[in-house]
Design a protein around this ligand. Structure first.
Ligand SMILES: Cc1cc2nc3c(=O)[nH]c(=O)nc-3n(C[C@H](O)[C@H](O)[C@H](O)COP(=O)(O)OP(=O)(O)OC[C@H]3O[C@@H](n4cnc5c(N)ncnc54)[C@H](O)[C@@H]3O)c2cc1C
Length: 334
């Protein structure tokens, strides 16, 4: 998967840092792939969702940092207009930038949130501390705990606690990069049915209408997202054939799985995204339809052409293979 971090605006995707890899295909042959050797397989495999063969080894470029600590600054914003006005300058000034949105806040508070920016501290820890917080969810409750009243109270408390920090704070990287892991086994809070994550990206030109529309659709459906994150992607091109990150704004919403009601909402979010000229993230998907995938990745057939035919996934069968079969039937009818 061509994953991204909170510094996409400066460093691009993971794929931008892959120098080469060795790929084993089901015919037993191995291929060394890089931007110059087997370049088509190289770009198809990055973001290729495991469909082009088995990567045996890879050479990736890392970034040197002064320390493992992050200096974090929290800037509250009243609404999305204020966020959009802050975002580009925040990206320019900081290695990391991401916004947390109070997704359930409606009326004049809708779109309020916190812009979290960070940079590696010049002087700080050089030893990784133990991951995982002091709290844990020891057992899985038989139902979803993250209901609307809980989330409303949680969001208010989170916003209050974070916005008290009016000066930059230096702390270990775990809390900045992996806030959820402050509570061990946090995923159990969703109950046995788990969660769906919806991540969309929309171009800069349509973001000021599309992002509020996505948030409003979720609110109107009465569905609360535990963690709602908004980030501006930069314009560094990935070598990947099918790369989700692209210039614009990406919104990520985590919904407890409430069955048909949640699936209906997710389809509505897909529709808003595609109408705004955007894309839905396939790397985290468990239910996207073929048309949404085709609109998000019009060049999907180029990956299908390079797919190792012994490799298949639920996702590819549900999207690309279905489109392929339909295309075949139309050609046969003609
Ligand atoms: C809490 C949380 C936060 C997240 N935050 C982000 C985020 O900020 N940004 C982001 O982009 N994503 C994010 N993700 C998504 C996640 O990081 C990606 O989907 C990532 O690719 C998962 O990698 P994995 O190796 O753990 O998963 P896996 O499912 O093991 O692998 C991911 C893909 O790579 C393929 N693959 C694995 N091994 C090989 C191999 N040897 N050869 C060929 N193909 C292989 C698999 O088939 C699969 O398609 C988040 C996920 C979670 C749970």
């Amino acid at each position: 998967n061509d994953v991204h971090g909170k510094n996409h605006h400066r460093r691009g995707t993971f794929g931008c840092h892959v120098e080469s890899f060795t790929l084993l295909r089901s015919d037993g042959k191995t291929h060394r792939c890089s931007a110059t050797d087997n370049a088509r397989l190289f770009s198809a495999t990055i973001g290729g969702m495991g469909l082009t063969g088995l990567i045996l080894s890879a050479s990736i470029r890392l970034m040197r940092v002064h320390s493992l600590d992050i200096v974090e600054r929290v800037t509250p914003f009243r609404d999305l207009c204020e966020f959009f006005d802050l975002a580009a300058a925040a990206d320019q000034a900081n290695e990391y930038a991401v916004a947390w949105i109070d997704q359930l806040a409606g009326g004049r508070n809708s779109g309020r949130g916190l812009l979290l920016t960070g940079n590696h501290a010049e002087h700080g820890s050089h030893a990784a501390s133990r991951a995982g917080g002091n709290f844990s969810v020891p057992v899985q409750p038989p139902f979803n705990v993250l209901n609307r009243p809980f989330l409303t109270a949680f969001n208010a408390a989170y916003r209050w606690r974070k916005s008290r920090a009016t000066v930059p704070r230096q702390a270990g990287y775990q809390g900045f990069f992996f806030p959820l892991d402050g509570v061990r086994d946090w995923n159990r809070l969703y109950g046995p049915k788990g969660l769906f994550q919806h991540q969309s990206v929309v171009p800069e030109q349509t973001a000021r209408e599309a992002v509020p529309a996505l948030l409003a659709a979720a609110r109107q459906a009465g569905q609360g997202s535990f963690l709602t994150v908004l980030k501006r992607f930069g314009s560094i091109r990935s070598p990947a054939l099918l790369s989700f990150p692209r210039p614009g704004y990406t919104l990520t919403l985590d919904f407890p799985n409430r069955g048909a009601a949640t699936l209906t909402l997710l389809r509505e979010l897909d529709r808003i995204t595609v109408e705004a000229g955007g894309a839905v993230n396939p790397y985290k998907d468990a239910r996207m339809g073929a048309e949404i995938f085709a609109s998000s990745f019009p060049e999907w057939q180029r990956l299908e052409a390079l797919r190792d035919h012994a490799f298949m996934s639920d996702f590819w069968a549900r999207t690309a293979k279905r489109l392929d079969t339909r295309r075949g039937s139309v050609e046969a009818a003609e």
